[in-house]
Unconditional design. Structure first.
Length: 224
């Protein structure tokens, strides 16, 4: 592993993306979740919310608090959260393990109402989000420097703009791109990472198995 490769040895000595090095929780997340595509609406909503909580904080902190956030926010069931009144914010601030930022907590409830509205209007919150994915995927950056520089994309800019136009809070093009990386819109595992080939195979299978959803999503995007 060269200094410029962006790879670091994990707990088993095998090469992984540099950002998960030295933290067992981040390594597990990198190995088991990051970049694996999903059409599960609850999981997509959760990742968007976690990106909102990360603003101004480290991902390692958010990841360490994720179980507590899931307990506080009904496992990020946006159908249920959409019915919670704003008065719940004060109670949520006192929950163990909560990231105590009133604006971010209130945003989860408001964003849940927006997610439900998008689903009701379009038929699928997942299809709406996937309509902003690159149709043929994107290549991994060439190394650590390119990875660090690539913090947003035209697709993440469009996704952030579309959600914010509907009132979505705590989401910009950078956090939208981090969301896209997390849920497999792109495969940004670096060349040489032990997970890159596995994640790419999962993405190919996902695109094949969800062809109808994705084709409809992309066709919808073209008409916007």
């Amino acid at each position: 592993m060269t200094a410029g490769s962006g790879l670091r040895a994990g707990s088993d000595g095998r090469p992984r993306c540099f950002w998960c090095a030295g933290d067992p929780g981040c390594e597990r997340y990198h190995d088991r979740e990051w970049g694996r595509p999903t059409a599960a609406e609850r999981a997509l909503f959760e990742k968007l919310c976690l990106e909102g909580f990360q603003a101004g904080l480290s991902w390692r902190l958010v990841l360490a608090r994720r179980d507590a956030l899931r307990r506080a926010f009904a496992d990020f069931d946006f159908e249920q959260l959409a019915r919670w009144p704003e008065e719940r914010v004060a109670d949520l601030l006192t929950q163990p393990g909560m990231i105590r930022h009133p604006g971010k907590i209130a945003a989860v409830l408001e964003n849940a109402r927006i997610a439900r509205r998008i689903r009701d209007e379009t038929g699928s919150f997942a299809a709406f989000l996937w309509s902003f994915a690159p149709r043929h995927g994107e290549p991994a950056p060439a190394g650590a420097r390119a990875f660090a520089a690539r913090r947003q994309s035209p697709q993440s800019q469009r996704l952030a703009r579309a959600l914010r136009a509907r009132g979505w809070r705590f989401l910009g093009p950078v956090s939208a791109y981090a969301f896209m990386q997390a849920v497999g819109f792109v495969n940004d595992h670096l060349e040489g990472c032990i997970l890159r080939a596995e994640v790419e195979a999962l993405r190919r299978r996902f695109f094949r198995d969800h062809e109808t959803l994705l084709r409809g999503s992309w066709d919808t995007r073209q008409s916007r």
